[in-house]
Design a protein around this ligand. Structure first.
Ligand SMILES: C[S@@+](CC[C@H](N)C(=O)[O-])C[C@H]1O[C@@H](n2cnc3c(N)ncnc32)[C@H](O)[C@@H]1O
Length: 285
């Protein structure tokens, strides 16, 4: 007896729920839509349709990956961020909603400025800088990453979004490959202390690349490098915005103040956690 789409979805939902996956219903639906090449609305409207054996086997393989705690975004190979679609590969972090704060900040600072320049350190998929460019039609952006594979993904995302004529991807460590000064520097660097990476949820610890998570012994190594180079790469009056872990606001603020930046402030995310530190290079007298 063949199964309908609805029966198949409910069976997968129950399997995912039985291992404690809180988003079981949504995950099962997204994976079934992906497996059948439908959008979720089409799927919901056609739950009584029978599913062939080959499609059932393919779906079960997708569900098995989720049962092994692989995130849905990795299984389907893409994630929405700031209303745009970003493809992923094994070298890129899955863009997180809380990182959209950096984009909001950058747009507010640069809107209306002619020819604004943006540097994104640790660009990954390119989600921060490309979202900024999509909303600032006159701006140009540079993304830096130590991972060649991540940069290849950022370049591909730029092409798909039609932003490649205003985006350059540079390989190297933080400011090493960068020349010149920028109106805005953004970064969501790795900020988890090395010892605690393995304690993260399995979706993160097992599937996000270590290079995107591990911030060294105290989680602050990338901020030291970013603080050390910021004054040499910001235009006078230019601003820096970095994402931080919930307990890093005071320490990252001090690093930026010690590096000669002014107006240092910590901003909270929608959950009320410290999430971003902003700072500026004092303008010309
Ligand atoms: C937390 S992920 C952020 C990725 C992306 N910006 C985002 O918000 O989704 C940090 C990124 O920094 C990169 N990275 C790690 N060490 C680096 C270094 N020394 N220089 C440049 N990039 C580095 C990683 O490869 C990764 O892409």
């Amino acid at each position: 007896m063949s199964l309908t789409r609805g029966q198949l979805w409910r069976s997968a939902r129950d399997q995912l729920a039985s291992v404690g996956i809180e988003t079981a219903a949504l995950d099962a639906r997204v994976l079934l839509a992906h497996g059948l090449g439908l959008d979720r609305t089409q799927l919901i409207a056609s739950e009584a349709e029978p599913v062939g054996d080959a499609d059932i086997a393919a779906y079960e393989a997708l569900v098995a990956r989720r049962l092994a705690r692989e995130p849905v975004a990795r299984i389907v190979g893409r994630q929405e961020f700031y209303g745009l679609d970003f493809s992923l590969n094994e070298a890129t972090l899955i863009p997180r909603p809380e990182t959209e704060m950096l984009v909001d900040f950058g747009i507010a600072r640069l809107k209306g400025r002619q020819g604004a320049t943006i540097l994104d350190l640790g660009t990954g998929t390119g989600c921060i800088v490309l979202s900024l460019l999509a909303n600032l039609p006159d701006a140009k952006g540079v993304g830096v990453d130590l991972s060649v594979r991540a940069l290849a993904q950022a370049r591909e995302n730029a092409v798909v979004l039609g932003l490649d004529n205003r985006f350059a991807a540079l390989e190297g460590s933080w400011f090493a490959p960068v020349e010149g000064r920028f109106d805005l520097i953004v970064a969501n660097p790795p900020y988890i202390a090395s010892d605690t990476v393995k304690e993260l949820a399995p979706e993160v610890a097992l599937y996000d690349p270590g290079l995107a998570l591990d911030g060294g012994q105290d989680g602050l190594e990338p901020y030291r490098a970013i603080a050390a180079g910021a004054a040499d790469h910001l235009d006078p009056g230019g601003v820096l915005a970095v994402e931080i872990g919930f307990d890093q606001g005071a320490r990252v603020s001090r690093l930026l103040e010690d590096a000669g930046l002014s107006g240092v402030g910590v901003e909270k995310d929608l959950a009320g956690h410290d999430r971003m530190v902003v700072a500026a290079l004092p303008g010309l007298p």
